[in-house]
Ligand binder design. Structure first.
Ligand code: WTA
Length: 682
């Protein structure tokens, strides 16, 4: 599966100086280790596990599993019998055993330049213990779910690790999601407590997060699920006497415009609670397969799925992928620009870097604020060595040319990474040659919320790169490409990307719905985990992701299901039916093109269109705002009433050749929709 020799042409090789310090310095070494990871997983992962603390050792095999629905229930168990605590491994082990208490865990860089803080491993441990005691004092116990809805502040990491310390399960909801989405997630995971903040700035826009959180809690009450307490961090409205620890709040963050409604029955002030809390807290020792966290991802039925990850396997997998994919070295400063509300932030801002004792930048703001140079200003300010971002950000910055990049030296950079969607070769080339000046390998990491960590990825000093290809599998991962009949294809081929066996970090279930887990990932092709992505393998064995092949869209690296946007649209009284398809977008990758059929008597006009956009934003969040909405008096349907999305996709893209439409009940609607198609966005 992996070629005997690295290809010679059309590839970019790693600079020699990186190889000298690298963990995996050559393609030969990668192949050797890869084979070992597949042939002898117990030995491979067992050696890695030795770097971590286990209260009790595992018994039996490293991984036990069933990946075949025809043979019974799907399960994956890693290191059964072992007990540990991830928070202990991320913090206590680094502070006490490795003597890294004074090492900086995070350089926090606020939205406003100049607004900054540093937090050492020692300080982080103290604060996490304090907050863990706060959670305990509120009755939170092992296994309880806690919902976290916060901006990118250090306290978000504190809240998540405090849950981990006491064995509670965090469910983080991205602060860009609507109150409706938060409510849905709180109820699905039956959270007993919410941790949130007053508000934050995104660029120059003030977001009143507490208002959204209050709305969500009100909706929960209306649906018969009252959340008893909500802890509110005063990020913008903190009084000087509420400050805990040595850092004082920079004046720029005070915000007189923020209106806060305090509900004394529910709301508790983070700062008041922390003041009285002890900074000593014995960790709760957890079983390997105890739940660690739930993170929601879009599902093709429209209802988000609570992806569940568990303790030991996730720890080993994110720690190892972080170390090898970014070739982590002790003097690195690492920066991942994702939000912790997504899996990239979970695995590669919190868990992976802290497990390796890394120093990271935690950035609250936007790449475009106050100007197009912000990223590179931050790179120079902290001398960032490893930088990880999304293709959509690269494409957006690319539009402004190289001048904003060249205002800064970026000379500290060694490795560049991307994640979230396929990167087009032009964006890859720009990233590699303008941002990295041809010195830094680009690691195009393919993975999913479900996979926990990187599954197809180059290793910076080992893998010759091809722009746009996620290259080869990470250790322990066995990919295959299947055709429509579920047959494995050999050699150069294209089809469904699947995985043949589990690796330690793969999800264990959909929270509260194991049936849905099996149906979504394992029923289509028994014996395989189905990613939902299409993939091509070239003559050199390189994997190229071709995009989703289910009803999902990837807008700026965020997955959305067509069904969830459609159901948000049809909740408007003027809409009888809606069909949403993807249209390629130069910056966002894909954009949402929505066809709506109105109810009798409703009229299509600009006001309605604005209302529909607002409706989707309020139901899901700003990331789901439709780019195009077209009035569709009729939709192309087969005689059995199924909407032919293939035809709608062509109309959305302005393609005239519709292919075979002989099965349509009324082919006349196609011409009409094509004539009235939208050409410009709102
Ligand atoms: C897409 C994000 C191509 C893919 C970590 C996947 C990618 C989905 C890449 C998961 C990549 C992610 N190349 N496509 N390097 N990385 N994707 O769950 O469609 O938010 O299935 O996890 O993003 O999105 P998710």
């Amino acid at each position: 599966m992996i070629p005997d020799k690295a290809p010679k042409e059309d590839v970019f090789h790693c600079p020699e100086n990186l190889k000298e310090e690298s963990h995996i310095p050559s393609f030969e070494k990668y192949k050797e280790e890869y084979i070992r990871s597949i042939e002898n997983p117990d030995e491979f992962w067992g050696a890695i596990a030795k770097d971590f603390f286990w209260k009790t050792k595992h018994t039996g095999r490293f991984l036990e599993y069933n990946f075949d629905v025809t043979k019974g229930e799907i399960f994956i168990k890693c290191m059964e019998g072992a007990t540990t605590n991830i928070c202990y491994n991320l913090l206590d082990r680094n502070v006490h055993d490795k003597k890294l208490g004074d090492r900086i865990a995070f350089f926090w860089e606020g939205n406003e330049p100049g607004d900054e803080l540093t937090v050492t491993y020692g300080e982080l441990l103290q604060r996490v213990c304090q907050f863990a005691n706060v959670l305990k004092s509120l009755g939170v116990k092992k296994g309880d779910r806690v919902s976290i809805y916060m901006p990118m502040v250090v306290e978000l990491v504190v809240a998540m690790l405090a849950c981990v310390r006491i064995g509670a399960v965090h469910s983080i909801v991205f602060a860009g999601f609507s109150s409706e989405s938060l409510c849905e997630r709180i109820i699905d995971s039956q959270c007993s407590l919410l941790v949130t903040a007053d508000g934050f700035y995104r660029g120059d826009k003030l977001i009143n997060l507490k208002f959204l959180a209050d709305e969500a809690l009100q909706k929960c009450r209306e649906k018969g699920f009252p959340v008893k307490k909500s802890i509110v961090l005063k990020h913008l409205s903190k009084e000087p006497e509420e400050v805990v620890g040595s850092q004082s709040p920079p004046a720029k963050r005070s915000c007189p415009d923020l209106e806060l409604h305090w509900n004394p029955d529910v709301d508790l002030c983070w700062h008041t609670l922390m003041k009285g809390a002890s900074d000593q807290c014995e960790p709760e020792w957890c079983e390997s397969e105890d739940p660690l966290f739930i993170l929601y991802t879009s599902g093709s039925t429209g209802k988000p799925k609570g992806v569940l990850h568990t303790v030991s396997g996730y720890l080993l997998f994110v720690a190892t992928t972080f170390k090898l994919v970014f070739d982590h070295q002790p003097d690195d400063v690492y920066w991942c620009t994702a939000d912790i509300g997504w899996i990239t932030g979970h695995s590669y801002i919190t868990y992976g870097p802290l497990a390796n004792g890394a120093s990271s930048v935690l950035f609250e703001g936007l790449p475009t604020y106050p100007d197009m140079s912000r990223m590179w200003a931050i790179v120079d300010k902290y001398r960032v060595t490893k930088f990880y971002t999304a293709p959509t950000a690269i494409r957006m910055l690319m539009k402004y040319g190289s001048e904003p990049v060249q205002r800064y030296t970026r000379k500290s950079l060694k490795v560049l990474g991307t994640v979230g969607e396929p990167i087009n070769p032009e964006a890859w080339q720009w990233y590699y040659s303008v941002v990295g000046e041809g010195r830094c390998p680009v690691v195009d990491t393919f993975w999913q919320t479900e996979t926990g960590g990187h599954v197809l990825t180059p290793l910076p000093a080992a893998t010759p790169m091809k722009p746009g290809s996620a290259t080869f599998p990470f250790f322990g991962v066995v990919p295959a490409i299947l055709n429509d009949s579920g047959e494995e294809l050999e050699g150069p081929s294209e089809g469904y990307l699947v995985f043949k066996q589990p690796w330690p970090g793969v999800m264990r279930t959909v929270y509260g719905n194991h049936e849905r887990f099996e149906t979504t990932y394992f029923r289509k092709f028994p014996g395989y985990y189905v990613t939902g992505d299409g993939c091509r393998r070239d003559e050199d064995g390189y994997y190229w992701i071709t995009g989703r092949i289910d009803d999902m869209l990837n807008v700026s690296g965020h997955l959305l299901s067509t069904a969830e946007v459609e159901s948000a649209l049809v909740e408007h009284k003027a809409v009888a039916e809606a069909a949403v398809v993807s249209r390629p977008h130069p910056v966002k990758g894909e954009s949402l093109y929505c066809f709506v059929t109105l109810t009798d008597g409703a009229t299509y006009n600009a006001t309605l269109e604005a209302e529909l956009r607002k409706q989707v934003r309020e139901k899901i969040g700003a990331i789901a705002t439709p780019d195009y909405i077209q009035n569709a008096p009729g939709l192309p349907k087969t005689r059995s009433g199924k909407i032919m999305r293939r035809v709608l996709r062509k109309i959305a893209c302005g393609e005239k050749d519709m292919g075979d439409i002989s099965t349509l009940a009324d082919s006349g609607v196609v011409d009409e929709l094509y004539r009235n198609r939208c050409c410009t966005t709102a």
